[in-house]
Design a protein. Structure first.
Length: 86
């Protein structure tokens, strides 16, 4: 998966919304992130997962939003807070 954005906040919301799309539309559940890289305005991720089959998530997430979004770089990596619409 590869996304482009103008700022790290755009990339985070875009990535979360792509994961939500995979679950809600493709019926594919991401289980593990093998690689996640942020280079300039590009986010790349390698995911592992499985089809949902007939299972239904207990709660359907509609979208990630910019409201309440906080992203900051720390010495040991990135820390983020995001609010999801359900």
């Amino acid at each position: 998966m590869s996304l482009e954005g103008e700022a790290v906040e755009d990339l985070l919301v875009g990535w979360l919304n792509e994961l939500i799309y995979l679950v809600n539309t493709r019926r594919w559940l991401p289980a593990r992130v093998h690689q996640l890289s942020l280079e300039g305005t590009t986010l790349r991720a390698e995911l592992e997962g499985a089809p949902l089959g007939e299972a239904r998530p207990a709660l359907e997430i509609k979208a990630a939003t910019f409201g309440g979004l906080a992203v900051r770089r720390e010495p040991d990596g990135w820390k983020a807070t995001a609010i999801l619409d359900v």
